[in-house]
Design a protein around this ligand. Sequence first.
Ligand code: NAD
Ligand code: MLT
Length: 315
Amino acid sequence: MYNILMTYDNTEGLDALLSNKEFKVDIHNKPSQEELKELIKDYNGLLIRSEVKVTSDIIDVAGKLKFIGRAGTGVDNVDKEAATKKGIIVANVPGGNTISAAEHTIGLMFSLARHIPESYKSLKNRKWDRKNFVGTELFGKTLGLIGLGRIGSEVAKRLNTFGMKVIAYDPFANQEAAKNNNIELKSIDEVFAQADYISIHSPLNDSTRGMINADVIKKMKDGVRIINCARGPIVNEKDLSDAIKSGKVAGAAIDVFAKEPPEDWTLIDTDKVVVTPHLAASTDEAQVRIAKEIGEVLVDFFTKGIVRNAVNAKK
Ligand code: NAD
Ligand code: MLT
């Protein structure tokens, strides 16, 4: 019998795991770090979403743990090095929410360009104001992508059809593949200098943490708009807020934050900032797809020894 700890309470799509007699699944919804440290000692497998942080002190006491399943894409909330040292597999579901995240990114861009949230709020307050909500077209503008992986590529594909010129910075992207998809790969400074919209789709790591800050914003076009549906700490929130207040940046659309839920509301309270509470992956389709896949990956790992979707497996 394998003991599995689930740290979220939506079991939709997990039938294969829950009905399997070889597994006992306990749900403890969003445990605190202290609670998790105590709980984890008894479990062979752990299922998490983005709220729970699997830090090295948790891994240190996880004597029986063999598998951490991330029901989602980003694995920046797991200390992968500590897991690897202990021989614990960390697996995610890399493509399960790609389309949802790409669609949400584009929804935020339209909201920003056409003042949809503010005009909605104004009309709901019984004001018929058309003068203050004149927008801009996306057509003919340059979209600069930071990160041309799964989500960045799907965003590019869709916005190409809206008549945007798509340029991208990604140190690992393939020049030929980008060209075939009508995307020009550029240096990061060229993207900053040329883009009307900058949309971030890179992982959070040492090279991207704080990447969008006051220094690089100076290199951007006046009136640039910035969208972040990747990870909050990639953007320095205070610097972005200041740049919007000064008029350098025309607006921003943000789905992810330095701390979630936020502790500092400066950026959220700034005018011309469209916000959603980390919703890019929150669709019925993506949630079920991800739950189903991570459940199958976990079952195969324990019952057949098959390692799939591992982000830390030794070669
Ligand atoms: P991916 O791994 O397919 O793509 C990421 C790309 O970023 C890769 O091509 C990689 O080469 C590139 N990259 C790495 N370092 C870079 C750097 N320093 N500068 C520029 N590019 C760099 O990942 P994905 O599935 O497309 O996810 C992209 C991001 O979106 C991740 O941060 C992920 O956690 C986040 N995400 C957020 C949500 C949400 O709900 N808001 C949903 C899904 C994914
Ligand atoms: C992801 O990385 O999959 C998304 O940010 C959604 C989530 O955190 O669950």
